[in-house]
Design a protein around this ligand. Structure first.
Ligand code: ADE
Length: 333
């Protein structure tokens, strides 16, 4: 199996893409390879600093920004534009050896994320596709798109690894939070699982690379923290993406496997595609077990909270009694 030679990067925000485009001198593809009227923009070129300049082939990059919404003049973030961009890119740039969903994201402090970390996905899930209409629809809703095992790559690049959880919302509901925790998510963002779904259909390896701008379970509001850290997180993303692609241009994906990490089983890479090492039935059992454990945690803490709340009148009565007793004792002295 050969090293990666052609890679598609799907990016939702211009601010996230800019540092990488500048560093590698990528040029806007003209005419656009996409259908007239579609907002995606493709930048292409070769990886700078590529070790294979002489002799071997150089790694070709197709960075696809999902573009700007014509009416609201904002970046086309979230899953609809991401999946259309992925499909159109795979159709336009064959053969494609690897697709990356690259961008910024929120991180969970409870599983070790801090602002400035860059994560490589072990698995991508949806946390807002709740379809409790029998087992198959429920697990289909989550998606469970496993990434190739890339522990050695993560170590070589100084990346963390974890489960990436996707929805169309910047904020989250209490049930979203429960489901993200149930899946053991380290990262919350708005595109990866949608890109992964397209890649899974056509058996093209997929990984998410996400740079943390804000902490989901921290004290600050998401949008304040997000805008404050967007620029530095995008620079960090650029640095890590450059290193990742440099290494991937030197040895096949399978070379970078080296075992699995927290976030579930990681698949073997076979040929150009990715296959899970566990069959669907096995995976479903494993997925349910992870969620059940997390639900017990959530329930345990809420049971404690419920018991504490129920005990409040008694605590109040005892405290008032004690205060009254003390006051009477003082008076009678
Ligand atoms: N992108 C950056 N931060 C995010 C968050 N907290 N949720 C979803 N997408 C994000």
């Amino acid at each position: 199996m050969a090293a990666i030679q052609r890679v598609v990067l799907v990016v939702a925000m211009e601010q996230e893409a800019d540092p990488f485009i500048r560093t590698h001198g990528l040029e806007r593809m003209k005419p656009s390879p996409f259908m007239p009227g579609m907002p995606m923009v493709c930048y292409t070129g070769h990886l700078r600093g590529d070790k294979h300049k002489s002799g071997g082939k150089r790694l070709q990059i197709f960075l696809v920004w999902t573009g700007r919404d014509e009416r609201y003049k904002v970046n086309n973030v979230a899953t609809t534009a991401a999946s259309v961009a992925t499909y159109a890119s795979l159709a336009a740039f064959q053969p494609v050896d690897l697709v990356l969903s690259a961008g910024t994201a929120g991180g969970f402090a409870a599983v070790g994320a801090t602002v400035g970390d860059v994560y490589l996905s072990t698995k991508c899930v949806f946390h807002n596709r709740r379809i409790p209409a029998g087992t198959d629809y429920e697990e289909y809703g989550f998606g469970h798109f496993r990434s190739p095992s890339l522990l050695l790559l993560a170590t070589a690049c100084g990346l963390k690894q974890g489960v990436v959880s996707t929805s169309d919302s910047l904020d989250f509901s209490p049930i979203d939070l429960e489901l993200m925790r149930g899946e053991g998510a380290a990262v919350k963002e708005m595109e990866a699982a949608a890109v992964a779904w397209v890649c899974q259909q056509v058996h093209v390896p997929f990984v998410a690379v996400k740079s943390i701008t804000d902490i989901i379970d921290g004290p600050e509001t998401v949008d304040d923290e997000f805008y404050a850290n967007l620029q530095t997180a995008s620079e960090a993303l650029q640095e890590k993406l450059s290193r990742i692609l440099d290494l991937l241009s030197q040895a096949p994906l399978a070379h970078w496997a080296g075992g699995s990490v927290a976030g579930g089983s990681t698949p073997a890479v076979t040929g150009r595609g990715v296959e899970t090492t566990v069959d669907k039935a096995g995976a479903d059992v494993e997925n349910k077990a992870t969620r059940a454990t997390a639900r017990v945690d959530v329930k345990t803490s809420s049971n404690l909270a419920t018991r504490f709340t129920a005990a409040l009148p008694l605590i109040a009565a005892v405290s008032i009694g004690a205060l009254l007793g003390a006051a009477l004792a003082k008076r009678s002295k």
